[in-house]
Design a protein around this ligand. Structure first.
Ligand SMILES: Cc1cc2nc3c(=O)[nH]c(=O)nc-3n(C[C@H](O)[C@H](O)[C@H](O)COP(=O)(O)O)c2cc1C
Length: 564
């Protein structure tokens, strides 16, 4: 136990039994400015109710009473706290050392983001493919002042339609997002998904994993454009693009290219008016900058990539002068009050969580997976080949503790890189694959692929029949694709093959909640978890405002832990 901690503990005990408290260990340095910052003259407090002697307990209580100010006072070398706003320059016995105005979690972030999407809080739960961010997840967030993105990636349009119906029935006036994930090897799937969006009045989408703007993205965006009577453009089909690189971000900050707009016009997919308006608005309303995260990731640090993309947006805004600048949000590593506040302080309009939500009750992951997630540390992650962009060598970040998926998937990628066809794989190697990874003959796996892709995307089979390397990719993707399904349905006997997309943020979250009610995976409700993050960020923000007056608090006070 450190001396400081003992001092705290003693103070806390005294406070509880009503003794005088020596509170010098809470505030570590005096205010440089026990003065009104503007006039450089001291300020005094003349409230009606005697302020309370400052202790850890009542100070934290005051900080958490977000709708009231916090006023730190000093008298005869003792510290006091009050929430009564009674300051003046008229001399008195209570010297004002620091003040913090009322500030609620919903004050964080960009107001236009909250207004555009009708959310109370500047936070949305990012999509998690294969329905991991299930309809229940989207509904829980939508009903609690947030927004959730339905994990449409990897689902067939019929399943997406089912999810949309469930969400639309539950969220009449509340917001939600549906994910559109880039699938360069399954272009027909993107087209069918956009058809579904347009038929079902989906007006807010989260588009991700795009490297360039596709025709279907422009089709979605342009078909929602109309001109208002005042000449401005009304954007009905909103788009949040999730990107991790400047070169992709800039494409979403620009209007759709002439080439794509012209080809949509020639094919009469959009009207001349929509084509004209498409050249006036950016492709995206919002860009979520995704740093090192679970699933697809470029592994960039948020502190590097977020300011760079905000700067790019500022340059673009100078060039284009859009009536509403493209907002920039932050994702990747958002899992503690500190990371939430840091993102807002760096200029994020909103924040997006991901990994931590998979561990919540409403996610579509199995309880075995949720248990593994609740136990993991920050370092228990690895990069593994991605199923959807396997042939391009794209990787995803997954959990490595408690599963061998990362190792096995890497093995498959190595074999794919080394040989040109299934026939080239040496017999011994082939038998090993069949017995350890596939647990059936590779011919039988190909049979399964034929069944699956005939329904999902027959072009894949045509391609594979002409190209032996593409056939090998399909066979290997059978394992990669099923491995995430096994994690979701809790397939018994396949635990070691579970593919659990996850970033270090999950470990950071576990660290933060250790010893609180949220340590237990069964208590993790998605809206509560995300509100705890914003509550903590607001608490820390208020503390920072007080510190900006020149006082410093002990580090124990500078920590918010989840409270029921
Ligand atoms: C299990 C899982 C599945 C994901 N699937 C998708 C997806 O289908 N589409 C997408 O845009 N992002 C996906 N993501 C990324 C999240 O939406 C979010 O942007 C990211 O997890 C934020 O970073 P974090 O993991 O550090 O919180 C996934 C993340 C996880 C953990």
């Amino acid at each position: 136990m450190t001396n400081q901690f003992i001092a705290f503990w003693v103070n806390h005990q005294k406070d509880m039994i009503g003794e005088t408290v020596d509170n010098s260990s809470i505030i570590l340095s005096d205010g440089k400015s026990s003065k009104n910052i503007l006039t450089n003259s001291p300020l005094f407090w003349h409230g009606s109710q005697e302020p309370e002697l400052l202790s850890q307990l009542n100070f934290q209580k005051s900080l958490l009473d977000f709708s009231k100010p916090v006023i730190v006072l000093k008298k005869n070398d003792q510290w006091y706290v009050s929430s009564e706003n009674a300051l003046s320059s008229e001399s008195g016995k209570w010297e004002v050392i620091a003040t913090c105005p009322p500030f609620l979690p919903e004050f964080l972030g960009d107001d236009s983001f909250k207004a555009t999407y009708s959310v109370k809080y500047p936070l949305y739960g990012g999509a998690m493919a294969n329905g991991i961010s299930a309809a229940e997840f989207v509904i829980a967030l939508g009903k609690s002042g947030f927004m959730g993105s339905f994990g449409a990636g990897g689902l067939l349009p019929e399943k997406i339609a089912k999810g949309i119906k469930q969400i639309q029935e539950a969220l009449i006036d509340q917001p939600y997002l549906i994910n559109l994930i880039n699938s360069p090897f399954e272009p027909s799937l993107e087209e069918r998904t956009v058809d579904l969006f347009l038929q079902n009045n989906i007006h807010n989408i989260e588009a991700s994993a795009y490297l360039t703007i596709t025709k279907n993205l422009v089709r979605y965006r342009a078909s929602g454009l109309t001109q208002n009577p005042d000449g401005s453009v009304n954007i009905a089909n909103r788009l949040i693009a999730k990107v991790s690189r400047k070169e992709v971000a800039i494409k979403f900050m620009e209007p759709a290219s002439d080439d794509i707009v012209n080809s949509l016009l020639e094919e009469k997919i959009i009207t001349a008016e929509q084509g004209r308006l498409a050249k006036l608005v950016p492709m995206a309303d919002d860009i979520t900058v995704e740093a090192d995260s679970g699933g697809h990731t470029d592994n960039r640090p948020l502190v590097s990539v977020l300011p760079a993309i905000i700067r790019l947006r500022n340059q673009m805004q100078t060039k284009r002068n859009y009536p509403q600048p493209v907002r920039i949000g932050a994702a990747g590593g958002i899992a503690t009050p500190e990371s939430v506040l840091a993102a807002f302080m760096m200029g994020a309009a909103y924040v997006t969580t991901g990994s931590i939500n998979q561990g919540c009750l409403e996610s579509g992951a199995s309880s075995h997976t949720k248990k593994l997630l609740a136990q993991m540390e920050m370092t228990d992650v690895a990069m593994a080949p991605a199923s959807d962009m396997f042939e391009m060598g794209v990787k995803v970040q997954v959990l490595k503790r408690g599963t061998m998926f990362a190792m096995r998937a890497q093995k498959l990628y190595e074999i794919y890189s080394r040989y040109e066809s299934m026939d080239e794989i040496p017999l011994l190697e082939r038998e090993k694959l069949e017995s350890t990874i596939f647990k059936m003959s590779l011919d039988a796996v190909w049979g399964e692929c034929l069944k699956f892709f005939t329904l999902r995307d027959p072009q894949q089979i045509e391609r594979a029949e002409k190209n032996p390397k593409a056939k090998m990719a399909l066979i290997f993707r059978w394992y990669l694709g099923l491995a995430s399904r096994w994690s979701n349905i809790g397939e018994a006997g396949r635990e070691m093959d579970y593919q659990i997309w996850c970033g270090p943020s999950m470990g950071a979250f576990n660290d933060w909640v250790r010893g609180t009610y949220l340590e237990n995976a069964e208590n993790r409700k998605v809206a509560d978890v995300n509100l705890q993050l914003l509550t903590g960020a607001t608490y820390l923000y208020r503390l920072n405002i007080l510190e900006s007056h020149g006082i410093r608090f002990d580090s124990l006070i500078k920590e918010y832990r989840p409270q029921m």
